[in-house]
Ligand binder design. Sequence first.
Ligand code: PMP
Length: 362
Amino acid sequence: MFDDLIKPNIKAMKAYTIEAPPCSIRLDANESPYGFPLGRFSIPTNRYPDPEALSLRKILAAKWGVKPECILHGNGSDELIYYLLIAVGGPVLIPTPTFAMYRIIADSLSERTHMVPLDGQFDLDTKAMLAAIKEHNPKLIFLSRPNNPTGNSFTRERAIEIIEHAGGLVVLDEAYQQFATQGVSNPRRKGDSFIELLPRYRNLLVMRTLSKIGLAALRLGFAIGDKSLIEAINKVRLPYNVSSLSQTAAIEILRDEASIDRSIQSIVTERGRLFAELSRLNGIEAYHSEANFILFKLKADNRLTADDLHKRLIANDILIKKLSGGGQNNPLDNCFRVTVGMPTENTAFITSIRKIIEETHK
Ligand code: PMP
């Protein structure tokens, strides 16, 4: 009966469902395995939250070396992608494979998305991207760097070339930036974040989230960019989009920067171990990662099917993300994304997958 009411573009969409079999080892959602304890704090439950989230934005502004007016807060960076698509709109240009929400949100707002495949190393195909910029004149380009789900960081110079040639806005989504090697080797340095390039490129916007560093429950994402651009996008923000609980908890947790840095270090160290162990397995190709997860593929000579491996890991109480192949020639065919967990979880995963592969090849 609602068929006539729902817009055709929404009817054509598939709901984004999150598969969650009840496994105790959850390495499927790029969350941090480390949460932070919260003390007791009092919140006036009868009052709306600070609509501007000013105290929180001030703390992050100091951390990122920008002015608070250059930061916009979102209920997760997902919400900011939504706001960008409302305020700026399409056409949208994305290299693929990449984070699914850019396309999903563009579709839901009837904005056109153009997709350009990444090259054989999952890096930006600059020539194809520049050709697409010329042809479609996109108002928004999303670059996830490091990229989800491939895990690599696009070559800095290639991303810069795109920013320099784009007539519209280029969004550098740095959801996983803290795990990139350059950032972690010296946490005081901004690593190779594009935040430092903001003064040079007015059409650059950087997105950050606190979800990957242990605060996913709070839903906090941020856009950092030119003050007048931030003011324009802020017009479409819902007034009380970030709850008082989230604001207060984040302020408390961010005080303990050392603990956050330690958890990031541990994930980066474990990523190295997980990569080495996965690479040693028969019939598996693991891809280099600068994020808190690793992409790996079942090679063609593997007798195990992707469905089988997924099911058998679930039977062993371990959940990882099976990527949808979409058929042959799709670069994600037979691919999985495993989030780096705690050392014990990673060991359980490696032990389990090794056993499954050995049994199949007996
Ligand atoms: N960008 C990328 C590249 C992501 O992978 C994710 C989360 N999967 C997000 C943004 C959304 O993060 P948030 O939790 O802040 O909405």
